[in-house]
Write a protein that binds this ligand. Structure first.
Ligand code: HEM
Length: 517
């Protein structure tokens, strides 16, 4: 009791002290002087102990935070402004970490094709990905195991599987819009929400398996949201915080794994072997050295695929349709292409017939050139790393970053670089040195990392979902434009939201639609 009385008296005295105007002025001036000293010390610290061989550093005022605010407002502008001052290679600080960005085709090649002994993708991404995907897969295992996992996934993405997927994606798309965008005179639709739902519905119906699609309206959609909430840039920096979203994420991960596990057990119990989906392919794999790829591993890899393909494809579908709404002539050209190649707009879309829709391919390619969902690719530096052709040595512990969008919007490679012009690809011959390399998941083009457009990355971590993404996106876009004529609302094209893990349009994204006769 005596202690409480003493504490209360102490608090009263403190309040009295603080509210006295003379003391308040003194406290405020102390705070201001304190901040000024910290800012000056931050500047001095950046000038002394400079490693002479390290790449130039972007100066900053706020310790620890560094350039985080300028970067997250618009990373593309941040890179381009600093590139003018420091060249293709420079370092910036964000939330206590140092990032050395390597721009241009040489920069892309440097990061994407860096040696395993020099850099690690695992150490960059695992705090973010492992709690969501689960243990033992992708960035929670040695790289050679990831390479084999990618091979298992590629086997589940065969042309035969794609042939089976296309009619399912067409049906899902038609059903989705026939139930929701129903105004016969036309109206406004929430495009971003529609594409998000459609991508998850179609991916679950095809890659994930019909059992997962059947659960989509109930548990899986909510679980996906909870997993997604735990997959934000902040999680890379503050994985130790006791955030409610982390608890929801962990719970969702366990439930999701249990759902996949139940499907596997039921398929095994009923001896079901005729499915063409990814789950079936992952159920029967073994590593080269005989280590089993367990059912738990299969469940975790399925979650990884679900997460890797969702935002990347849904934002691409949204941007592609926005660009078409903005460019009615390209939309008309696409319809003409379908009539010419397939005979009519009623002809069934198939995997094989869509291969000949080159303008449609180019619409997706051009969308990804201008609006790639991933604009920064990271590797942690494991030992001092000399940057080819310069005296720079990137210190151990920094992150190297590639940003292929820099070359994708560079006039040197693409005339009128910011213009959406899918026809430009008709005259672009992509470099093919004939040289191929196999990192363990099949041959890929060896010189590919110097290609100025790399929305799917390059090297050993190159995306394995590209072929599936193209099938999914082409089928959805074709089906959609057969159903509706579209135009932009008075708000025009939305800007980009760079604060998200995968860059997306600033919400809300509405579009005018009018059903075609
Ligand atoms: C990796 C882009 C769709 C699965 C990557 C990387 C990029 C990328 C740039 C390289 C990351 C790095 O080097 O650090 C895209 C884009 C997509 C897309 C733009 C769609 C438009 C998909 C889909 C799947 C998928 C549909 C699976 C179904 C993966 C996986 C990796 C990956 C598993 C990790 C590979 C590794 O680290 O070795 N993706 N992706 N992606 N992607 Fe995709």
């Amino acid at each position: 009791m005596a202690i409480i009385v003493q504490l209360a008296q102490g608090a009263q005295a403190l309040v009295g002290h603080l509210t006295n105007p003379a003391n308040l002025t003194q406290i405020l001036s102390t705070v201001v002087i304190g901040i000024a000293i910290i800012l000056i010390l931050t500047q001095i610290a950046q000038r002394v102990n400079v490693d002479k061989n390290a790449p130039p550093e972007v100066p900053y005022w706020i310790p620890y935070l560094g350039s985080a605010i300028a970067f997250s407002v618009n990373p593309i502008k941040f890179y381009s402004d600093n590139r003018k001052k420091y060249g293709d290679v420079f370092t910036y600080t964000m939330v206590g970490r140092k990032f050395t960005v390597c721009l241009g085709v040489e920069g892309n090649n440097f990061v994407f094709n860096a040696k395993l002994a020099d850099v690690s993708a695992e150490e960059s991404y695992t705090p973010l990905t492992t709690p969501v995907f689960g243990k033992g897969v992708v960035y929670d295992c040695p790289n050679h195991m990831l390479m084999e996992q990618k091979k298992f996934v590629k086997w589940g993405m065969s042309n035969d599987a794609f042939r089976a997927y296309v009619p399912d994606i067409v049906e899902e798309t038609k059903t989705y819009f026939e139930r929701r965008w129903i105004n016969k005179e036309g109206g406004r639709g929430d495009l971003f929400t529609a594409m998000g739902e459609l991508i998850i519905n179609t991916a679950s119906r095809t890659l994930m398996g019909p059992e997962i699609r059947a659960l989509m309206h109930e548990s899986v959609a909510q679980l996906y949201h909870d997993l997604d909430d735990g997959f934000q840039p902040i999680n890379m920096f503050f994985q130790w915080l006791p955030l409610p979203s982390y608890f929801r994420r962990d719970k969702a991960h366990n439930e999701m794994r249990n759902i996949f596990m139940k499907v596997i057990e039921e398929r095994r119990a009923n001896n079901i072997t005729d499915k063409t989906d990814m789950l079936q392919s992952l159920m029967n794999q073994t590593y080269k050295d005989g280590t089993p790829f367990t059912d738990t591993d299969a469940c975790h890899l399925m979650i990884a695929l679900l997460m890797a393909g969702q935002h990347t494809s849904s934002t691409t579908a949204t941007w592609a349709l926005l660009f078409l709404a903005e460019n009615p002539q390209v939309l008309q050209d696409l319809l003409d292409e379908q009539k010419e190649v397939l005979g009519s707009l009623d002809a069934p879309l198939t995997f094989d017939s869509m291969k000949n829709l080159t303008l449609l391919d180019n619409v997706i390619r051009e969308t990804l050139r201008l609006r790639p969902p991933i604009i920064m690719i990271l590797r942690k530096v494991l030992r001092p790393l000399a940057y080819t052709g310069t005296d720079y040595v990137i210190p151990k512990g920094n992150y190297v970053a590639a940003s292929p969008i820099a070359t994708q919007v560079d006039e040197k490679y693409f005339k009128n670089a910011f213009k959406f012009d899918p026809h430009r690809w008709e005259s672009i011959v992509e470099e093919d040195t004939g040289e191929t390399v196999d990192f363990g998941f099949g041959k890929i083009a060896g010189g590919g990392a110097r290609n100025p457009s790399l929305p799917f990355g390059a090297g050993r971590h190159r995306c394995i979902g590209e072929a599936f993404a193209y099938v999914q996106l082409k089928t959805i876009v074709s089906t959609f434009i057969r159903m509706y004529d579209i135009s932009l609302t008075e708000k025009g094209m939305p800007g980009s939201d760079f604060t998200k893990m995968f860059v997306q349009p600033l919400l809300p994204v509405e579009i005018n639609y009018k059903p075609r006769k």
